[in-house]
Design a protein around this ligand. Structure first.
Ligand SMILES: Nc1ncnc2c1ncn2[C@@H]1O[C@H](COP(=O)(O)OP(=O)(O)OP(=O)(O)O)[C@@H](O)[C@H]1O
Ligand SMILES: [Mg+2]
Length: 428
């Protein structure tokens, strides 16, 4: 970061801060993401984030800017800070008399996460007990991608990454369209848990998958089951859809989106996910578990009735040179699951029929898994590092040291350096 500079703002002045930046309030009071930072306080804006901030009184800031960071004065009428503040001022007082469940929906980069943090900070500063549920499986900022998590907001935050999760549910994929049902159920389960924990305000942030009929169905179904008291929409189209569908059932609010967001590229999003996997799974050790002692909550190769390789060879008239690459076989109903080492192309010469699913052993290694204790509680996340079908041993890297009774196989595959591996054709 560069040398510190000072900036004086008259009351009412709005600035836009693009990270990486450290901001100290030398004198006065600054509103940023719904929190009021008084004299002597400070915050850091991450290099991939930008925010608008408003001087609530004459304010002097000390700024330390790094890389591409900048701070610019903007016209308050071009910025969202006043509109968002007025939404919070109207909405949050309702949560004193009965608990609020606030669902935030919007397109990608429309400010959903920032709005969730804004409402959370604002509520906390009015004395309410606030929880946030990060329901975006692709950018789960509270724990690791492919989960959804719940955290109490017990300090001012700019980004949900600054919070410690209280609880989470493993969903298993990073795009809600591939785990439509699980993503809804997982969020619903956390909303119920937050209610049981007695929070006055529960803010539910969502992913940005809203651009197709099935995406809209996903968000409407989510809303139908979590029964929000308020839905904050960050686009005109979503405001219309939600007003039509939920207008008689809860309060639907239209919020403007930030005019100049710091957009993140696909690579930057992947890198943020890799950081999260490393931070969580990377600090764990490899635990050696016995397949026979585990419940695997996924239909398929590892849960079928084990079938001898000889039976498979006879059933499909396989030759010995082909069978040597077959590691394991199982059967669920009439379907055979064959686990194969290497390229399964030679199998194409045999008439296997439709009741056979091939899975490359390489596809199991690196798979993200959810870990359940014996009460079926989601206790951790890990990475499957090895499966030995001869010994029935399975290695899972995880920071979890407690009992492991069940595993949920996810659909995300990670490399040894805990980066997502795409483009591997795993089943055919
Ligand atoms: N008022 C603002 N002015 C400029 N940039 C902002 C403002 N508010 C938020 N941003 C930035 O805009 C970007 C998008 O915001 P945010 O992450 O809240 O949106 P989102 O809808 O949750 O995005 P995603 O679809 O990636 O989940 C972020 O980089 C955020 O720091
Ligand atoms: Mg977001």
């Amino acid at each position: 970061m560069g040398a510190a500079t000072e900036l004086e703002l008259p009351q009412g002045k709005v600035i836009r801060i693009v990270g990486p930046a450290r901001v100290e309030v030398v004198k006065g009071k600054l509103l940023i993401v719904g929190s009021k930072y008084p004299t002597g306080s400070s915050f850091v804006v991450h290099r991939l984030r930008s925010y608008s901030a408003k001087a609530l009184e004459h304010t002097k800031l000390r700024l330390t800017l790094g890389g591409e960071a900048k701070v610019e004065e903007v016209n308050p009428s071009d910025e969202v800070v006043d509109a968002w503040l007025s939404i919070a001022e109207q909405l949050i007082p309702n949560c004193y008399s009965s608990p609020c469940r606030i669902l935030v929906v919007g397109p990608p980069e429309s400010g959903k996460t920032t709005m969730a943090a804004f409402l959370a900070n604002y509520s906390r500063e009015t004395g309410l007990r606030v929880a946030v549920i990060e329901g975006d499986v692709g950018q789960e900022d509270l724990l690791v991608p492919a989960t959804v998590a719940l955290a109490e907001v017990n300090k001012p935050i700019l980004w949900l990454r600054e919070l410690e999760p209280l609880s989470f549910r493993f969903v298993g994929c990073i795009s809600p369209q591939y785990c439509f049902t699980e993503s809804i159920l997982a969020i619903k389960d956390l909303v119920d848990e937050a209610a049981a924990r007695g929070f006055n305000v529960v803010i539910i942030n969502t992913d940005g998958w809203v651009g197709s009929p099935s995406a809209i169905e996903h968000k409407l179904t989510l809303a139908r089951w979590i029964k929000p008291t308020h839905i904050v929409t960050l686009s005109e189209e979503l405001f219309e859809v939600f007003s039509r569908c939920f207008g008689n059932l809860c309060k639907v609010i239209r919020a403007p989106r930030p005019p100049a967001p710091r957009e993140r590229s696909r690579e930057e999003r992947r890198e943020l996910r890799a950081q999260a996997y490393r931070k969580y799974v990377g600090r764990g050790r490899v635990r050696n578990l016995k397949l026979s002692n585990l419940s695997i909550l996924s239909s398929g190769a590892l849960t079928g009735r084990s079938v001898s390789l000889d039976e498979v060879r006879r059933r499909f008239n396989l030759t010995d040179d082909v069978v040597k690459n077959l590691l394991y076989a199982s059967k669920v109903l009439d379907t055979y699951y064959l686990i194969w080492r290497g390229d399964p192309a030679p199998l194409k010469d045999f008439n296997l029929g439709t009741g056979v699913r091939l899975l490359r052993a390489e596809c199991l290694e690196g798979l993200l898994v959810g870990i359940l204790d014996c009460g079926m509680k989601d206790v951790s996340v890990g990475v499957l590092v090895s499966v030995d079908f001869n010994t029935g041993n399975i290695g899972v890297q995880t920071p979890w040291e407690g009992e492991v009774c069940g595993l949920i196989l996810g659909r995300v595959k990670l490399s040894e350096s805990l980066e997502e591996v795409g483009g591997v054709r795993c089943s055919q």
